[in-house]
Design a protein around this ligand. Sequence first.
Ligand SMILES: *Cc1c(COP(=O)(O)O)cnc(C)c1O
Length: 406
Amino acid sequence: MFKVNENYLKLPGSYLFSNIAKKVAAFTEANPELKDRIIRLGIGDVTQPLAPAIIKALHAAVDEMGQAETFHGYAPDLGYEFLRTVIAKNDYQGRGCDIAADEIFVSDGAKCDCSNIQEIFSEDSKIAVCDPVYPVYVDSNVMAGRAGDWNPQTEMFSNVIYMPCTRENHFSPEFPKETPDLIYLCYPNNPTGATLTKAQLQGWVDYANRVGAVILYDAAYEAYISEEDVPHTIYECDGARTCAIEFRSFSKNAGFTGVRLGFTVIPKELKSGDVSLHSLWARRHGTKYNGAPYIIQKAGEAVYSPEGKAQLREQVAYYMKNARVIYEGLKSAGYTVSGGVNAPYIWLKTPEGMNSWEFFDHLLETANVVGTPGSGFGPSGEGYFRLTAFGTYEKTVEAIERIKRM
Ligand SMILES: *Cc1c(COP(=O)(O)O)cnc(C)c1O
């Protein structure tokens, strides 16, 4: 008789976005005349179309696939050289970081990579995550049997180290009391929009090297960094080559959420004894993955062309203008807000006496605006609320005007 992987049964079920959808559906059923008034600033998905330089590259690559001489079958497991080279040059060497093209693994997105990476580590590895957190890091370890049991009272897994990130510590985690083996960090952060300074990130790199931990660094929002002292990659820190893996995505900087492209960087010096993580991940990629499509990798290459860069700078600026509208508007209305400067997320403190879900209801009913309750990202997110800058400018302005009038 077959048995299922019982680790899956330990997952408490991700009610966050389905709960939001249910509440919005119930509201529109009760108030059908308000259906078209609802403004959604809850989702973490982009809304601007692909930039012209990317569309042009996609069309050209499609045409190549239609000719025997330029047809491409299976892509190389680890990515096409043309893409790995421009990534290494633009994202790393151009910033003075020592990362070579053959340390870059091209994939179909950062979500898969940051959930699959745990496979190459021992089953008894202890993980540390920020709280609140992007749920993928925890859930992928639950499925692998590494997280222990769910405690519905504390809303935590028994074998995971949670590092609270709240207003009190400026949303920057402290080193945990118990020593972890794997540390998930995401900066600029989803959901809080917070960043670490270069010195703070250097502190984490030094810590990881000292205790023998690996930092799994998710830099999906790198393109949104606007301030000077915020590192664009963990490899700006000394010693990161011996302790850090970095995940990048084309989803948020280039609107590839529906196109799918990302990459992971594993420096060759990153070793456990004499076993290199680079070779384990290469082996995994070769066995379980058959490469991102040629057409999509050509589109990825166009992200680094001069036209592509200029067009995408404008796209990011469009979203960041929204972020400013939200940030300034909420602040002037008396809210305590953070984020929104180096990230498309604004994190606000819910008003006195209202928890995250109560504020969700209040916002939906009074302003007809949908956001995301902070408690959905972890227990330390209780009392907070996330708004995203991924909407249109007009709707964002309208939403904030309504919130101000509340
Ligand atoms: C959006 C996002 C990603 C990107 O995932 P893709 O699979 O590349 O679309 C990764 N990490 C975080 C924290 C995100 O918010």
